[in-house]
Design a protein around this ligand. Structure first.
Ligand SMILES: C[S@@+](CC[C@H](N)C(=O)[O-])C[C@H]1O[C@@H](n2cnc3c(N)ncnc32)[C@H](O)[C@@H]1O
Length: 186
């Protein structure tokens, strides 16, 4: 079985009567975006779109991608401000250097070490790449897919300034989030 594949997520969203997530933006997105001037943003693995909708409400022009049709239908029902696109991040190539902010929150992928640098190609020089995931902890069904932020930072080449690579209080009370925030230099 492939953990967290498209079938898994589609089933998860379909089996929830109304929604899976709270509808609130992720804490570390809100914190880390606070000081940025709104521009063009990409939310990769948007789910039901709470982060993308929040970014749009803050003045960002937002594109949001997920491979779950059900999640995107729910997201689109909440907002027509965001450009929603169904795509698989393991194969999708974003437009190069097109975004001031690329955010990926809690996408648990076996191939994340390839996906993160590819998402990085979408960031403009001076722009921000923000990747947030769960801290590796007992109780997670696939702890190997919870990557330490320092490991994620090692996936980027020297065209990046690492602003944060560590843990921060997150959306769950029992474990922190792993937060990678990097600025593209060139
Ligand atoms: C834990 S949810 C997080 C959703 C949202 N980012 C949030 O923080 O609420 C992970 C999301 O990533 C999406 N996802 C996982 N793998 C993906 C892939 N290969 N391509 C596109 N979306 C993917 C899932 O469909 C799911 O909506």
């Amino acid at each position: 079985m492939t953990p967290f594949d498209q079938e898994f997520w589609e089933d998860r969203y379909r089996s929830a009567h109304q929604h899976v997530w709270s509808g609130e933006p992720n804490r570390n997105l809100v914190t880390e975006v606070a000081g940025l001037r709104p521009g063009v943003a990409l939310d990769a693995g948007t789910g039901e779109g709470a982060d993308a909708i929040w970014l749009a409400s803050q003045g960002w022009q937002v594109k949001a991608v997920d491979f779950s049709a059900t999640a995107l239908e729910r997201a689109a029902a909440r907002s027509s401000e965001v450009d929603w696109e169904q795509a698989d991040l393991t194969t999708w190539t974003p437009e190069p250097a097109a975004y001031d902010l690329v955010s990926a929150q809690f996408i648990h992928l076996a191939g994340l070490s390839e996906v993160v640098p590819r998402l990085g190609t979408a960031v403009r020089p001076g722009g921000i790449l923000l990747v947030v995931g769960h801290q590796r902890a007992e109780g997670h069904p696939f702890p190997e897919l919870c990557y330490p932020a320092k490991e994620m930072a090692g996936w980027l080449d020297d065209g990046w300034e690492i602003l944060i690579a560590g843990t921060r209080p997150g959306r769950e009370p029992t474990r922190d989030d792993e937060v990678l925030k990097a600025r593209r230099l060139s």
